[in-house]
Design a binder for this molecule. Sequence first.
Ligand SMILES: Nc1nc2c(ncn2[C@@H]2O[C@H](COP(=O)(O)OP(=O)(O)O)[C@@H](O)[C@H]2O)c(=O)[nH]1
Ligand SMILES: [Mg+2]
Ligand SMILES: [Zn+2]
Length: 322
Amino acid sequence: MKTSEGDGLLPEGVVTEVAGVSYIVSAEDGSVFRSRTFSGTKTENGDSSLVAVGDRVLLKATESGSDMREAIISKVMLRRSVLERKRDIRRNRSKEKVQVIAANIDLLVVVVSAFEPPLSPRLIDRYLVFAESEQLETLIVVNKMDLEDTGETRDIMNLYDSLDYRVMYTSSMDPDSILPLSDALAGRVSAFSGHSGVGKSTLINMLIGKELLRTGETSMKSGKGVHTTSSAVMEPLPGGGFVIDTPGIREFNLSGITRENLRFYFREFAPCMPDCTYSSCTHTVEPGCGVRRAAENGYIDSSRYESYLVILDSLDDENRFD
Ligand SMILES: Nc1nc2c(ncn2[C@@H]2O[C@H](COP(=O)(O)OP(=O)(O)O)[C@@H](O)[C@H]2O)c(=O)[nH]1
Ligand SMILES: [Mg+2]
Ligand SMILES: [Zn+2]
């Protein structure tokens, strides 16, 4: 087992929760520490958020007073991946324009529902564009399958299967339907994201076997969900690994997606792009566009091409991405 340098040799740990000015760190040997940073805390992540949920840290022991063991964070290790939230700069005096929601994510679990809220291919495509831009492995979970009786949902989702995205179908009414999901998450750090009301908290509670997250809170006035997840919390899974409940895509920092690079985040466009007359083709109005031709003859699904056009148009004004 790796241990941190210095006096009190402590195991390396992972930050599972930000609690005010302290951080809950779960060490590799299973012990839990309440830890703080200090002026000498080193980081391998430049001037990004110093500590975020999911960070791997090195600890040094301090005198233990309370019920939980205490430590200071001597070093924050380099992040493999980050999920960031854009900050409202007007309301925030921090220098950081973005805030890390979670670090070192292995898998982005995009949760949608078959019904209430209705399945939206347009929204799925936005999540997939985001995941491709961040090079995050993705799993699409279609929940509330108990409310669907037409078969239409699977017809729609076959498209994503054919694009080699992994799709799973679940219902909180059928615990067996969660088992393949549970297998896919074992031993990995997964971030759940999706629109409010699709069942993220319900699924996470079932996966961790505890009623830890509050569910079903939807504002009656706006019909939109109330944000109960102000800061991410990582929950350990019985089969190893962690899950994190995160906000929807509206909250994410999408500044990496531009009119110029969007085309690369629709994976089925790649084989058609060499057929375009112009190398700088936007695949909209140019003559001799291989992508548009493929969309017209059905090689590229018309719904996906439509999503591309809608997102491209929205990128004139970054706030309209969702
Ligand atoms: N019928 C049905 N209802 C569900 C299912 N999963 C969650 N719900 C309900 O949908 C509502 C929203 O669930 P919640 O987990 O809070 O969604 P979240 O906003 O994505 O975290 C709650 O009333 C849940 O009981 C499901 O598979 N089937
Ligand atoms: Mg929730
Ligand atoms: Zn083109």
